[in-house]
Ligand binder design. Structure first.
Ligand SMILES: [Zn+2]
Length: 50
């Protein structure tokens, strides 16, 4: 399942819904909608720039 954080808009994948955002630590995690899931999958295809 793909989830997103309403606070920082971090999109991530988890088997079950976490209470806290792994990025900012806020309790604002919800299921990602269709557009957010697509954004997440597009991001996986792109090479990471560090
Ligand atoms: Zn967050």
């Amino acid at each position: 399942m793909i989830y997103t954080c309403d606070n920082c808009h971090f999109i991530f994948s988890r088997v079950s819904q976490p209470e806290q955002c792994p990025d900012c630590g806020k309790y604002a995690v919800r299921l990602a909608d269709e557009a957010e899931r697509q954004e997440y999958e597009e991001r996986l295809k792109e090479p990471r720039e560090i």
